[in-house]
Design a protein around this ligand. Structure first.
Ligand SMILES: Cc1cc2nc3c(=O)[nH]c(=O)nc-3n(C[C@H](O)[C@H](O)[C@H](O)COP(=O)(O)O)c2cc1C
Length: 318
């Protein structure tokens, strides 16, 4: 029996599972695969390259998808929202920054507004702005985030807002999905597990690293933002797999800033070549649970089937 929740009703989908809009990783092909498999896919606009966004909407074809923006970055080029809304996305997700300047425009265009937050205060703020869905993102998550753990954040936000809450951070299998639903979520938003899928735009060397590494080897850091020249606002940093570059500069941001003349170009070259000793490898704590690189549809089927089984017969009560 498929799991029916407020989220599946709202989006008209079969499974309460969303693809995270991972910047430059969740392209149109991956988003469309997740939607076709019964979940819902969001393209990750990241820092906002208009040509890339157009191309990836094209790659999704006629399959309904959404799009996600990094809000503080969107504020620097707000015209990207108009461009995206012209493609009639079913949902627009805003993460990391003030959603207020964009909320009305998204809703007036007929798209559902999804806001990703990391604490209860921000959940209440985005609900008051008219968010249709609130994503509660725990610090286990791959990529950018902040703050507290999924296990306590999800029920706290589910108690604090009336709209459906979606859990993000650490979910890679049916156990995580079942747990999130038990904690009061109406669905899950999954990133890292889909980064390790056939359709993702993740570099093949990083896909291999995700499969080979465990959660102990990830940490939250600002190193890769500094070296790439992105000024993220407080309190955000990003969870990535540790490598030699991270070990060299983690905790020494001022040293890295001072060395940018040499480290900047060196990083750029190495990252372009897929050098895993240097390039950023965003991934969540849940990589212990990732052992293969299947098509996205198989990931959707595995996670949802396992969750359905667990929720119909919880293992602790056998
Ligand atoms: C490689 C990668 C890139 C990400 N980029 C973005 C992004 O551009 N915008 C965003 O809202 N979230 C981004 N995230 C965070 C996701 O939205 C989501 O919160 C996270 O992936 C959930 O945790 P999980 O990775 O444990 O599934 C990214 C995550 C990863 C792993």
């Amino acid at each position: 029996m498929p799991l029916k929740t407020k989220l599946t009703d709202m989006l008209g989908i079969e499974h309460p599972l969303l693809l995270a809009p991972m910047g430059m990783v969740s392209g149109g092909a991956l988003a469309a695969s997740v939607t076709r498999a019964g979940g819902f896919g969001l393209i990750g606009a990241g820092y906002g390259d208009p040509a890339w966004i157009e191309r990836e909407f094209g790659a999704a074809g006629n399959t309904p998808v959404g799009i996600g923006f990094i809000t503080w970055s969107l504020a620097k080029q707000p015209q990207l929202l108009d461009m995206a809304l012209a493609r009639k996305p079913r949902t627009v997700m805003l993460s990391f920054g003030d959603a207020a300047p964009f909320a009305k425009k998204v809703k007036d265009a007929g798209a559902l507004l999804i806001c990703q937050v990391q604490n209860v205060k921000d959940a209440k703020t985005v609900a008051a702005l008219g968010a249709d869905i609130v994503v509660a993102q725990g610090t286990e998550a791959g990529g950018h985030g902040a703050g507290r753990a999924t296990f306590t954040l999800v029920p706290a936000i589910a108690d604090a807002v009336k709209v459906p809450v979606v859990a993000a951070g650490g979910i890679a299998d049916g156990r995580g999905m079942a747990a999130a639903l038990m904690l009061g979520a109406a669905g899950v938003l999954v990133g890292t597990r889909f980064s390790a899928s056939q359709e993702s735009l993740t570099h093949p060397n990083l896909k291999r690293k995700i499969v080979e590494s465990d959660g102990d080897s990830t940490t939250r850091t600002k190193v890769f933002d500094t070296v790439r020249g992105y000024t993220w606002p407080h309190p955000y940093d990003g969870r990535a797999i540790r490598n030699a570059f991270l070990e060299r500069w983690h905790g020494n941001d001022s040293g890295l800033q001072a060395a940018m003349e040499t480290e900047g170009p060196r990083y750029k070259d190495a990252a372009a070549q897929g050098d895993t000793n240097t390039m950023v490898m965003f991934a969540g704590e849940n990589i212990d649970l990732i052992h293969d690189l299947p098509p996205a549809a198989e990931i959707v089927a595995r996670i949802t089937k396992e969750a359905e089984t667990l929720l119909s017969r919880p293992p602790g009560f056998r």
